[in-house]
Write a protein that binds this ligand. Sequence first.
Ligand SMILES: [Zn+2]
Length: 307
Amino acid sequence: MNGIFKFRENQPVVWFHRDVLKSNMWCLYCGEYFGDNVSISSNKEHLFAREFVPKSKLSGSCFNFIFRSCVSCNTEKSSYERHVSSLTLINTPERSKDKDVNRIATHKASNDYHPNHPGKLVINTNERHTITLGESINFGLVSPPQLNDEYVKKLSLFQVQGMFSLLTSKDPQHSDSLRLLPANHFWYFGAFPEQDWGNDHLVEISKRVSNWPCHCNINTASGFIKVIMRKSSESGGGWFWALEWNKYLRVVGGISLPNEPQDVFINLPNLRWKSLGLQGGASTRYRQEQPLHESQDILFEGNAVPG
Ligand SMILES: [Zn+2]
């Protein structure tokens, strides 16, 4: 079923046409119809915004998916993109390898307000925590700017909806052959920073889905965006998806019936949390982040089955 609508993973796919009647006429995000005789406005949408990655990485010849969405979804998505882009770039290890990335990341974080900290720029949102051990020992921890979880979840939903429609639709212009992913079939497992890609949950999930047929494996914008989508070969089996943003954040989840997480996400090994006892009346626990060795990195390995 992959490639019913033919596309290549190394060039842009365009469903957008200036004439709305020659584009997809339903919003891939909310399902709204904006074709003939309706007043819903729609505009051009890039599934992966060029400004999301460091400038010039997502050139016109890279994979992207360009279609129509309703203006309201398009605007909503831009606010998530702006935040997730600033936060992933300010934290990316690429900053120490590429001075352009460093300059762009610093500029963005110095010009974007953090939704969790009203009135504060991202660059000024290092978080401080105080931990008390026993009666007299306090120590402080400072963590780098943190992502807003809700924004991460919403942006991954939008990107997975776009990829799902692209992979499963026969003809974007007809309601009976355009497929949309309803939000309640979207399952979000979690998001993990680069220094924790080797944690036991991600490693185990990557192994469990590694033999599922791969329906797309996209690496675009010089590796600053990755998307893999796999579908279980069991009848009625669900999908697995993983995204990687700005070489810093990996987000994984599935597509399944509402409120029915797939087996791959349950009965996972314990994450080796350690307890620090009570802190200000609440029990506190911590765990060490687990980096991933390159040779064990299999999450984005797989050849898409030919359409
Ligand atoms: Zn919409």
